[in-house]
Design a protein around this ligand. Structure first.
Ligand code: GLU
Length: 508
């Protein structure tokens, strides 16, 4: 029988969670959910200098907001608690002792400065730095390491792994068959002079203790895998399934994604009104596909279809437009009532399990919509649902439905077609529009019929006449279909704006 699937996400609380971290978490979560296994959150907070306040909270908020619920974690203790490495120091000491007892660890004879000198020396000689070349066999056998020294606050000497250099061949679920020679296996630090374990040691202990089946992580750890394999052997541990994620590249695909390319805090996307499900779909397809042309997946489909075998080896391009497109797709799929509740903050973007306090109740409507009725706002929303890519666009897309925007003649002067007309002609066209719409009942169908008639009567193209009416009734750079827009604005507002626009043309 194969081992129960238990995956983990093991971030260090050193900053906000970005798209790369979320992808690792997502893939681990998908594997656990599709196998009916468990997904574990473990905080790797052993580098106290790098820790950022609030980061741990931010990590769990982000996971919850996206619906990546974990079965065990610092605030959800399970059988293998605690889930914060800083609270597991005794466990690492116990495992360190095992290594000392079997002659596979030694008290480090050198401090940081000396190690630095060795490094420089190796560099000068143009040789790869291997710590084990700088210690004698006798030094490597010194097991007089006393963890109690750490507790006194005076610090102790680091504990090093006594490696057994050899060649390795292993399978990485994403990278395929890997092999290395003995020259990459080295004596690495297990426990630092401050008493905290290194990542290299702690994650191996924790993955074993927590019965983790799959280790999914970024490229930066790939080069150290031979060392980990050596340590698994020394501890007589079965190695977990290893999967190395491809890097996420900028839009051009020529360098790793950075903040400058728009790699932002995942919660910022939610604050701007991206849907969790769209983010999940987009992030899942950063380096994965199901072998078809499909580019958008519901979370349920991802749980069914995700497979580490189909994660690509090469870098995945982060294309903002693809995210916008996916988000627009999910917005269009939504029931109007549901969409309304979300953009109005009646329901957090993250409901139930998905809610974080800071996010609840955020309304995306422009302030000018405060006094408008729910029925009116729903009509407006129905009109922009087709084109809205994310909720923060709502004010820009809808403000003119709630307030008269200032007349902006540049919309006419810069218009490809309209700029060719004199103002008196334009004014004349608007007056004819008033006459044509005078008898309309202002239903969208009737308005459409009247506008069609007007096109015929004036002999102008829609790109001229309808653009003019659109501008004169909204003074917005873009608006939904004209007949629908006027129907929602209603007769009174439409006529008042047409009159204002006629006057403005007279005075211009
Ligand atoms: N703490 C490591 C990091 O944040 C985790 C790597 C791993 O998943 O093992 O990069």
């Amino acid at each position: 029988m194969s081992k129960a699937v238990r995956t983990r996400f093991a971030p260090s609380p050193t900053g906000y969670l970005h798209v790369g971290g979320i992808r690792t978490a997502l893939f681990a979560w998908l594997l656990a959910r599709q196998a009916g296994g468990q997904f574990v959150l473990r905080l790797e907070d052993t580098d106290q200098k790098r820790e950022v306040e609030g980061a741990a909270q931010h990590i769990s908020d982000s996971l919850r907001a996206l619906g990546l619920d974990y079965d065990e974690g610092p605030d959800k203790p399970g059988d293998y608690a605690p889930y914060r490495q800083s609270e597991r120091l005794d466990i690492y000491k116990k495992w360190a002792q095992k290594l000392l007892d079997s002659g596979r660890a030694y008290a480090d004879p050198y401090g940081n400065e000396e190690v630095q000198k060795f490094r420089e020396q190796a560099q000068k000689e143009k040789k790869a730095f291997l710590y084990r070349n700088f210690v004698s066999e006798e030094q490597r056998n010194d097991t007089a390491w006393n963890p109690k020294a750490y507790a006194t606050g005076r610090g102790g000497v680091p504990l090093r792994f006594k490696s057994d250099p050899k060649a390795y061949a292993w399978h990485d679920e994403v990278m395929g068959e890997m092999s290395t020679g003995p020259e990459v296996v080295d004596d690495f630090v297990l426990i630092k002079s401050d008493g905290f374990p290194t990542y290299n040691f702690a994650h191996i202990v924790d993955d074993a203790e927590m019965r983790i089946s799959h280790v999914i992580r970024g490229q930066e750890f790939l080069a150290s895998v031979p060392n980990y394999l050596n340590l698994y052997e020394a501890l007589k541990l079965e190695r977990p399934i290893l999967a190395t994620m491809p890097p996420i590249m900028n839009e051009q695909g020529n360098k790793k994604l950075s903040k400058r390319d728009g790699a932002k805090d995942i919660l910022d996307y939610l604050r701007e009104g991206y849907l969790p499900e769209a983010l999940i779909s987009f992030i899942a397809t950063l380096g994965w596909n199901d072998g078809t042309e499909q580019e958008i997946f519901t979370t349920k489909e991802l749980i069914d279809k995700f497979d580490l075998d189909r994660v690509q080896k090469g870098g995945a391009r982060f294309d903002q437009r693809r995210l916008l497109w996916a988000n627009g797709h999910f917005i269009r799929q939504m029931e109007l009532d549901e969409l309304y509740e979300l953009v109005s903050g009646q329901r957090g973007l993250k409901t139930g399990e998905r809610r974080t306090e800071s996010e609840e109740g955020q309304s995306f409507w422009p302030a000018e919509a405060d006094e408008a009725s729910e029925a009116y706002k729903k009509q407006v929303l129905g009109l922009v649902q087709e084109r809205m890519k994310y909720f923060a666009e709502l004010p820009e897309l809808t403000r003119f439905f709630f307030t008269d925007l200032p007349v902006d003649m540049s919309l006419i002067k810069n218009h490809k077609k309209l700029k060719k007309f004199d103002t008196s002609e334009l004014k004349d066209l608007l007056q004819r529009t008033e006459n044509a719409l005078e008898t309309s009942d202002f239903s969208a169908d009737d308005l459409q019929a009247k506008l069609n008639q007007l096109l015929e009567d004036t002999g102008h193209k829609p790109a001229v006449l309808l653009s003019l009416i659109r501008i004169a009734t909204t003074w917005a750079p873009a608006s939904p279909g004209l007949a629908e827009t006027l129907a929602v604005l209603g007769k009174q507002k439409t006529f008042a704006r047409l009159k204002t626009s006629v006057k403005a043309l007279e005075n211009s």
